[in-house]
Design a protein around this ligand. Structure first.
Ligand code: CMP
Length: 134
């Protein structure tokens, strides 16, 4: 499935989920699944398993399991790459004007929006977040 990507609206930005969904749709993405969930620590560890062992891992897991988050699967041609362009640099301070992380993020960890980094991960993340329907 090369036309889907997965996003998470992270703690700190979840209150703005409607506004963010509108921007995502205006950019040409179709929201094919969405939900509000609170990850357990174990689920956050599994979701971010490729970062295990990195200095920021423990803090990231704690942050991502601290509050409910909004998760979604988005569909568009070239979804992974186009969505990563739309969310902007991992560091909100460096993100271009108009990108979601510039608009809603504060720090590298609290950068408001996750976007899958490959088609393989988009599929893995979709199945992880929507196990019954993907
Ligand atoms: P995300 O797109 O969700 O993917 C992995 C997350 O790890 C990333 O956004 C950041 O929130 C976090 N992250 C990546 N690198 C760092 C870093 N150097 N310091 C703190 N957090 C990081």
């Amino acid at each position: 499935m090369e036309d889907i990507t997965c996003t998470i609206i992270k703690p700190g930005a979840t209150e703005k989920w409607k506004e963010i969904f509108t921007l995502i749709e205006t950019e040409g993405f179709t929201i094919i699944r969405s939900d509000q969930v609170q990850l357990t620590k174990q689920q956050a560890e599994e979701f971010y398993s490729e970062h295990k062992g990195k200095p920021f891992f423990e803090s990231l897991v704690k942050f991502m399991s601290s509050k409910p988050i909004v998760v979604a699967v988005l569909q568009k041609e070239n979804a992974v790459e186009d969505f990563r362009t739309f969310i902007g640099d991992i560091n909100p301070a460096k993100a271009k004007v108009g990108t979601l992380r510039k608009l809603y993020g504060t720090t590298i960890e609290q950068n408001a929006i996750h976007g899958s980094n490959s088609n393989k991960n988009a599929e893995r993340e979709s199945k992880f977040l929507f196990p019954k329907s993907m």
